[in-house]
Write a new protein. Structure first.
Length: 318
């Protein structure tokens, strides 16, 4: 396929048709190949926000590294958090193939022009939260990212394949931690149930608004960036997670929960969408703290970026 520079403003209908045929044939689109500007824009939006989420998602768990109950749990948590930082780097690197430098992407985040996942704006109050995050948050991420591994954009798909392998470890270690607490003292069981109560709904919110209220889903699915809808993915997560909770004695914090034998799916209460939109508008419990920490770390790391750039430019001249 000849490589074509980015077309000028007006899209070329013939190129668009050829592009859509490639998608229908299940082909992967690579960085230097022609793509509609909206395809590029949607991917840059989604992938950069995914990268922001991975990096900011390190904060809630990092609070508990020094307070892990054993050396083994500390090592596991350290490994997981380091993985998340690496996921962020893969995703910034993949996003940059679309033509926007990560410095600009991070500026958009700091200026409130870009989002990160709502779920990371909730506090981690005790050790059980670390289990709930690994089991529920990474469990939700696996459902979403397994779908994204089939996305039409080559670099994003390949990043997802790599990331999903590590998510499996994240999810298992979280569930293992919850099992240990549910086999523990009454107080530990109460802590685990309290964490379940606080993280269940924010995990369901990770999949975004209902399909009918999702402003991006139609275009994302037209371009085979997203292959399943927010509600379908959320339902998959609900159906696989509830049996895991029940088997270790945890209760789902939803009085209306019921299993529909005809559909084979669980039916839940509706999500508190006021809470969801409040959080993504910056009014969640930890939004300010997360952004403050991210900006501070970015400023304190300026000298590292400058040193790396100086080294790179010196070696380019040689
Ligand atoms: N948190 C923050 N913003 C959200 C959101 C959430 N949970 N769900 C939706 N939104 C935002 C969207 O970004 C969009 O705003 P924008 O147009 O300004 O970007 C708006 O709400 C409307 O939502 P849509 O449904 O139209 O948006 P999408 O179709 O893009 O769906 C998404 C949202 C499901 C997050 C989708 O973008 C996606 O799958 N992104 C890639 C995966 C990702 O980013 N996951 C975040 C978690 S990372 C993680 O879990 C790391 C793991 O290691 C723990």
């Amino acid at each position: 396929m000849e490589t074509l520079e980015k077309k000028s403003v007006a899209e070329d209908p013939i190129l668009e048709e050829a592009f859509m045929t490639r998608l229908l044939n299940g082909e992967k689109i690579e960085p230097k190949e022609w793509m509609p500007e909206n395809y590029r824009k949607q991917l840059t939006r989604m992938m950069s926000q995914h990268a922001h989420s991975e990096v900011i998602g390190m904060q809630p768990e990092a609070n508990w590294i020094t307070r892990a109950p054993s050396l083994l749990r500390k090592v596991i948590l350290l490994a997981k958090i380091q993985d998340e930082g690496g996921h962020g780097l893969y995703l910034y690197g993949s996003t940059e193939t679309l033509g926007t430098d990560r410095s600009e992407l991070i500026e958009q985040l700091h200026e409130g022009k870009a989002k990160y996942s709502s779920v990371f704006n909730y506090p981690t109050l005790n050790w059980a939260d670390i289990g709930a995050i690994g089991w529920l948050v990474d469990g939700a991420a696996i459902v979403n990212q397994t779908m994204l591994a089939k996305t039409s954009y080559g670099p994003y798909s390949r990043a997802m394949l790599r990331i999903c392998k590590e998510e499996g470890f994240h999810n298992r270690q979280g569930y293992d931690l919850m099992i240990a607490m549910m086999r523990g003292t009454k107080e530990q069981q109460e802590m685990a149930q309290d964490a379940m109560n606080r993280w269940w709904w924010p995990a369901l919110m990770m999949f975004g608004p209902h399909d009918k209220n999702s402003s991006n889903t139609i275009e994302l699915m037209k371009y085979r960036i997203k292959l399943e809808s927010n509600d379908d993915l959320r339902q998959q997560f609900i159906d696989r997670t509830i049996p895991q909770a029940e088997i270790i004695g945890l209760t789902i914090p939803d009085p209306n929960l019921k299993f529909n034998k005809e559909t084979g799916h669980y039916e839940t209460s509706d999500i508190n969408w006021d809470e969801f939109f409040n959080v993504i508008r910056g009014k969640g419990p930890c939004n300010k703290q997360r952004m403050h920490n991210h900006i501070q770390a970015h400023e304190e790391g300026k000298w590292v970026r400058e040193a790396a750039e100086a080294y790179a430019s010196k070696h380019k001249q040689l």
